[in-house]
Ligand binder design. Structure first.
Ligand SMILES: Cc1cc2nc3c(=O)[nH]c(=O)nc-3n(C[C@H](O)[C@H](O)[C@H](O)COP(=O)(O)OP(=O)(O)OC[C@H]3O[C@@H](n4cnc5c(N)ncnc54)[C@H](O)[C@@H]3O)c2cc1C
Length: 308
């Protein structure tokens, strides 16, 4: 695309699987599209992404590189490495302002901006997160199956999380990093399955090149585990711009309120992928991009047909 000062059909904020998939579908629909991507996807920490048919075990950056390479076939799609700082909505047109000072005007805007994780402040956790401690057993459980694992977490979702991870490994220790909210019934169920519960605060995690070695506790004891799963990664919206445009977060305060497909309370604004759903997964995010691309194109087709 030569002239980015033209009125674009769609600006897509975020070039993860959700945003790039929408760009591909819209590009193939002859739409003028700009994708603006800051390149800070939450799975950048992982060595291999799993569960996406034909791309199982591939590094996230490689999946993205393939997508960007294939996008070059569509000169009507421009991908800019930049950060969106502000979006102004004026008489049905969206003016998207980037950190580098570019302004893109469009009929529609998609936020595929994902979530940013804010890990609990445990020394050593950042070094192992994405390499031997993970949030999602469907993404990384197979590689950890039957290993001695730790499950880090507390609160009402912990019991279900432990039950889930137990189907990949029976050798579990649950670490609540302080007094737990586990009920006596849940405790009995876990102990019946030889799942130990440790409520002592963690001092640090030790590791070698991201591989968890020991969990060290405030009372001086330590245990060896090969890896684990972390229930709460502290996810927050990567950007507040949709909220500023008038799109509320859901009751829990983490995810955007949208229709099933990503329509929002503001006409012409769509939110897809993790920002709308919690953990969509790469294939789920890509599916949402494909779907919303088709729905937006249908809407534009109707308008074009009536203004020929
Ligand atoms: C540790 C870990 C491991 C995972 N493993 C797997 C796995 O094995 N398999 C799987 O299917 N899923 C996995 N996931 C989940 C997967 O990463 C997400 O579900 C998926 O990436 C969501 O895609 P998305 O496009 O919605 O968001 P993202 O991939 O997070 O992309 C959002 C993009 O938007 C950009 N952005 C945000 N704000 C702005 C802004 N203001 N301006 C410009 N750009 C912006 C970000 O920088 C980022 O590049 C994993 C996640 C984590 C955290």
């Amino acid at each position: 695309m030569k002239d980015t000062n033209m009125l674009l059909d769609v600006v897509i904020v975020g070039g993860g699987p959700a945003g790039l998939s929408a760009a591909l579908l819209l590009g193939r629909s002859c739409r003028q599209v700009v994708v603006i991507d800051a390149g800070r996807a939450r799975n950048n920490v992982t060595q291999a992404s799993h569960g996406y048919l034909t791309r199982d075990g591939v590094k996230p950056s490689e999946i993205k590189a393939i997508a960007l390479e294939q996008m070059k076939a569509y000169p009507n799609v421009h991908v800019a490495q930049d950060t969106v700082d502000q979006v102004k909505h004026d008489q049905g047109i969206f003016h998207t302002i980037t950190r580098s000072g570019r302004i893109y005007s469009s009929k529609k805007i998609i936020f595929a901006t994902g979530m940013q994780d804010h890990l609990p402040p445990i020394p050593g956790l950042a070094e192992v997160y994405g390499i031997s401690i993970f949030p999602c057993p469907y993404c990384d459980g197979w590689e950890r199956r039957n290993e001695p694992l730790a499950v880090f977490g507390n609160g009402e979702n912990l019991y279900h999380y432990v039950q889930t991870i137990y189907s990949w490994s029976k050798d579990l220790i649950v670490i609540t990093n302080g007094p737990s909210t586990i009920t006596s019934e849940e405790r009995n169920e876990m102990e019946a399955r030889q799942i130990r519960i440790i409520e002592t605060e963690i001092t640090s995690l030790t590791s070698q090149e991201g591989k968890l070695d020991q969990i060290v506790f405030r009372d001086g004891q330590s245990i060896r585990r090969k890896g684990g799963f972390l229930l709460d990664t502290g996810p927050e919206q990567a950007t507040r711009i949709p909220a500023v445009l008038g799109i509320p977060l859901d009751e829990g305060g983490a995810y955007a309120t949208t229709s099933d497909y990503g329509h929002t309370a503001v006409d012409g604004v769509y939110i897809i992928g993790d920002a709308k759903n919690s953990f969509t997964g790469v294939i789920g995010a890509a599916r949402e991009g494909y779907y919303i691309g088709e729905l937006i194109n249908k809407d534009l087709i109707e308008k074009d047909w009536n203004t020929y």
